[in-house]
Design a protein around this ligand. Sequence first.
Ligand code: HEC
Length: 225
Amino acid sequence: MKYFFLSYIFVIAIVVSAFGFRGSKSELPPLEVFPDMDHQAKVKYQASSEFFADGRGARLPVKGTVPMGFEIPAKAAVDGATPPRVGFTNGLSYYDTGKMGDFYGDGLPSEIIADPAVFNAEFIKRGEQRYNINCAICHGTSGNGKGVTSRYGILTAFNLQQPGNSDPANAGAYRADGAIFDVITNGKGLMGSYGGNITVRDRWAIVAYIRALQLAAKESGATLQ
Ligand code: HEC
């Protein structure tokens, strides 16, 4: 027992001398047990770099660089025609928010349905693909709310299908298109926001695909698995 206490005190002494007391100040560089990604090869601002022939560390963006959050302009824009709408916007229209004034709107916005080049079978396919990439892990491929994560503790992901008429508690399925758009953009409760990952048009494509899933569930009369 004596040795146990002695070795215990010894260990504490070692730990304290190596790490110091919590909050104590020191001029010395910190002792890093797990440096994580603190130190990375980089060029500091205004510093030179031997890597480039002209010796400058600061570089101009590569030609054709697209700022984060913007879509690559379609060919039409390059040719001087009207530029298409950027992928992520913070506009106030129904198309951008899913809201009309203070209220959620229902139906796909005219920017989509009025344009046959946008609103076609491809659009729903795109919605399916985006849904499977972004939403299926939680909401399930069929939208039944039993994605992979439900096996790891996320039990509340919504069943997005309209479940016949057996489950009135499933309000998510009845919400307006604009409301689903808004949930994708800003998240809700335990669900994070996907507005930064999914372009405005793709969000509407997902909404359209969710409606397709609901229709399929309704036709079959049961929750699709
Ligand atoms: C990380 C898991 C996760 C992902 C990924 C996810 N969701 Fe959710 N979602 C949830 C959870 C959990 C809830 C329940 C939120 C709550 O009420 O706390 C939810 C709720 C919802 C609701 C219902 C909100 C309401 O109250 O009416 C909709 C609609 C929805 N999600 C759509 C989507 C769509 C579309 C995507 C893909 C862009 C998506 N979710 C991706 C976990 C997720």
